[in-house]
Write a protein that binds this ligand. Structure first.
Ligand SMILES: Cc1ncc(COP(=O)(O)O)c(C=O)c1O
Length: 432
């Protein structure tokens, strides 16, 4: 019989057995025990409430415990809980692929299912490598942006430029050549670097976060510049992989960040807001050209890559309900409202002596403090604590403070986030 552990607090039980992500357990304070979430709010076990100012790593964009999504998942669970996706298919996966392809760039034609962001990228990179292999070419090099983040599996880590994550694994990664993100000032020199890279390496794929590098600190780059890089890559037969795991589903003010571009990527990766934080699921979509390279009488030319939980029916049902919300007037208005409010707040921040580079795009707002700090250093931890003490969950990335609130956040809650940020600027101005 299982021993009863109910006399101990959640934290005590957690500290005995659990290993948390992105945590140095020797020095980190205990985690907060969260017992409830609804809309833009989360509650801890002592009844304290917090505004989820980053929608729990940009997933719960339609609000926590959304009734429409819960209803769709409950219905699906009672109808068909799970069945493997090799040799079988089901309604939620078929309908989701049809609905998604109506929204994605028009060259996207096939949907491959995975179970999280990293595995979506991993599948995309393998698709690109095998695309060339099936076409009789050995291409072995990836192109990626400096400071990009694409996940924690080996292919995804290889494409990621954030060294704080990759240190111990550098010797085991795929070959990658990095270029800076394009701005209006540097684009000509990047174009030249890219052309040289393409001539001296067998480049298979270009992996990028379109317009916004999330984990790097919500760094924005030029859509026109990115368009030029994609075009050049595609002219050289390089498969362009847009990582929309953070940017997808309305965050940049359009359904996908790629909707701001002229060029269409060959492969797109989606996760996070795909299921609104309700279920781990991800998608790697691709063009007809990519898919067709896997058609053959030779079995081995197929894509022999699978996850047990591929196309989980409950996840697909959650995603369908989330898409319904994304395309609704109410959510569209919520996105516009946040976008406008962010624009006004950025103007207010612009002259603040502690602030550098206040910026916003869609529902993403970020600013850099004029102070140098490690990504997980003491100052960053003090900032995090400062916000939590004011009932706002914001997780600064080094010296970058950002918010990416759920689309259903109320005016009052959004104002509370801005007030907490303004208070932090005043509090820490003297050290900036
Ligand atoms: C742009 C981007 N790509 C990939 C990932 C990895 O996704 P996951 O954490 O679900 O593996 C993330 C996670 O934050 C991300 O922001």
């Amino acid at each position: 019989m299982l021993q009863s552990t109910t006399s101990k607090s959640l934290i005590e039980r957690d500290q005995k057995h659990l290993w948390h992500p992105l945590t140095q357990h020797q020095t980190a304070p205990p985690p907060l025990a969260i017992t409830k979430a609804k809309g833009a709010m989360i509650w801890d076990e002592n009844g304290n409430s917090y505004i989820d100012g980053i929608a729990s790593w940009y997933t719960a964009m339609f609000g926590h415990a959304n009734d429409a999504i819960i209803g769709a998942m409950t219905h699906q669970m009672q109808q068909l809980d799970f069945v493997m996706f090799s040799g079988f298919t089901h309604e939620p996966a078929v309908t989701l692929s049809e609905r998604l392809l109506q929204l994605l760039p028009s060259n996207q034609e096939r949907i491959f299912f995975n179970d999280n962001g990293s595995t979506a990228i991993e599948a995309a990179i393998k698709m690109a490598l095998q695309f060339h292999f099936n076409n009789g070419e050995k291409r072995d090099t990836l192109i990626a942006f400096e400071d990009g983040f694409h996940g924690d599996t080996f292919g995804a880590m290889s494409a990621s430029g954030l060294s704080s994550y990759n240190g111990p694994f550098e010797d085991f990664l795929l070959k990658v050549k990095r270029i800076p993100v394009p701005t209006s000032e540097n684009v000509e020199s990047i174009v030249q670097t890219l052309q040289e890279l393409l001539h001296s390496n067998a480049c298979a794929a270009f992996v990028f976060e379109p317009l916004v590098q999330g984990a790097a600190g919500m760094k924005f780059h030029s859509g026109n510049g990115l368009d030029r890089l994609i075009k050049i890559c595609q002219e050289h037969g390089v498969i362009c992989i847009a990582d929309e795991i953070m940017t997808g589903f309305g965050k940049t003010g359009k359904n996908f960040a790629c909707d701001h571009l002229q060029q269409q990527p060959d492969i797109i990766c989606l996760s996070k807001a795909l299921t609104a934080g309700m279920f781990p699921l991800s998608i790697t979509s691709c063009s007809k050209q990519v898919f067709d390279a896997f058609l053959s009488h030779e079995v081995a030319k197929g894509f022999f890559h699978a996850h047990t939980y591929s196309a989980h029916p409950i996840g697909c049902a959650a995603a369908l309900a989330a898409l319904e919300l994304l395309t609704s007037d109410a959510i569209g208005e919520g996105i516009k409202k946040i976008e406008n409010a962010h624009g006004d707040f950025v103007q207010k921040l612009a002259g603040h002596p502690a602030v550098e580079n206040a910026r916003s795009l869609g529902v993403i707002l970020a600013l850099d403090l004029k102070v140098k700090t490690d990504r997980y250093g003491n100052f960053r931890n003090r900032l995090y604590q400062f916000f939590m003490e004011r009932g706002v969950n914001l997780r600064p990335l080094g010296n970058t403070i950002y918010t990416l609130p759920p689309y259903v956040i109320t005016d009052v809650q959004l104002e509370q986030i801005y007030e907490a940020i303004s208070a932090a600027l005043d509090e820490f101005e003297s050290i900036c």
